[in-house]
Design a protein around this ligand. Structure first.
Ligand code: DON
Length: 345
């Protein structure tokens, strides 16, 4: 199952088409924003005290195309801590540094079907860590970041995430302090994994680097740029800088499809049809390979920790912009020349 095949890292790809024109993209984005702007379902996360102060009315979204087109709406420039939306990008950096096979062996790539901070998922699965999108696998992934000290790992990580964003990212010190003071569960998870031989650095230091990574400030626009970099073979479409090698993008997106929305990942893919990732401060990114990405910010969450308005807006746009990767139209409808049979007998 895991052996390498000679063509494994071929850059051959299927075309997933293009985004509609920028004008159409802007129109649909503004419509979607108008539709969901006053929805008030969900609740702001409060298990990290600093997050409980977020204004639930904030709502912003951004679309960045793989060709570099940009459309922003609402509070798209409002800064918030990236939280779990950092996980795919750190996973991408580790794939780039060590090879994606290492992540497969040392962390895993299967969904847990359980909440993001589940300890039961560690106990119930022989492999202990299941994937880089839930806290256990994410802390293990962060522990694999190159560097002999926590500080070296941090520098590598922040440099890499900043390449994805196309600007130097900074930590929200208040969120970092608040989560550091209350993250006993993540500390426990790190020590448990260490006991099982599934953590690759000191558990306290790995948790600290992970907590700092979650505290990096981004905007919905940044998330769209970061996602569009994964949609564009690892090249940031705004700066032109290569964040990671192209061959890793498809692996990162595959794991996002499986686990990006935690125990709701199946429903998300069923409804929306593109990989996405959510975070407890209300950020989301959804990525249409080859086309671009949507970044959203709206703090109220559903009970799995996913932004309610973010999910609704992405669903709307996935349909209007034709983003669903699984959608096809019958080949017979593609205007065949008169009298030509289009189907293979
Ligand atoms: O480790 C935590 O619990 C947070 N720093 C991040 C969790 C998160 O964003 C889950 N997302 N929905």
């Amino acid at each position: 199952m895991h052996e390498s095949l000679p063509f494994e890292d071929s850059l051959a790809s299927i075309s997933t088409g293009d985004l509609p024109s920028l004008l159409e993209v802007e129109q649909h984005l503004h419509e979607a924003y108008g539709h969901y702007r006053y929805d008030d379902d969900g609740a702001v996360a409060d298990y990290i005290p600093a997050l409980a102060q977020a204004d639930p009315s904030l709502f912003g979204a951004s679309i960045v195309g793989a060709a570099g087109n940009v459309a922003d709406v609402g509070d798209a420039a409002h800064p918030f801590s990236i939280q779990s939306v950092s996980k795919p990008f750190v996973f991408a950096l580790v794939c780039d540094a060590l090879g994606h096979e290492q992540v497969l062996d040392k962390v895993g790539v299967n969904g847990t079907g359980l909440p993001f901070n589940s300890v039961m998922a560690i106990e119930l699965n022989q492999d202990r860590t299941m994937n880089p999108m839930v806290n256990a696998g994410a802390i293990a992934t962060t522990s694999l970041i190159p560097g002999r000290s926590g500080e070296e790992k941090w520098e590598f990580l922040v440099d890499g995430l900043s390449r994805f964003a196309g600007r130097r990212l900074e930590v929200d010190d208040a969120v970092y302090a608040s989560e550091t003071a209350t993250n006993l569960r993540n500390q426990g998870i790190a020590h448990l994994l260490d006991g099982y031989g599934r953590l690759y650095f000191d558990p306290d230091e790995a948790t600290d680097v992970y907590t700092r990574q979650c505290s990096l400030l981004v905007t919905a626009h940044d998330l769209a740029v970061m996602g569009a970099t994964l949609a564009d073979g690892g090249i940031n479409p705004i700066t032109g800088e290569q964040a990671i090698e192209p061959r890793h993008c498809k692996r990162v997106l595959a794991v996002l499809a499986t686990a990006g929305l935690y125990e709701r990942s199946g429903e998300w893919l069923y409804e929306i049809g593109i990989p996405g990732k959510s975070g407890v401060s209300g950020g989301m990114v959804a990525i249409a390979p080859g086309k671009g990405a949507i970044g959203t910010f709206s703090p109220p969450l559903d009970d799995a920790g996913n932004s309610v308005r973010g999910q609704r807006l992405v669903k709307y746009l996935s349909e209007r912009l034709g983003l669903n990767m699984f959608a096809s139209k019958p080949i017979g409808l593609a205007s065949p020349p008169a009298g030509t049979a289009r189907r293979l007998a």
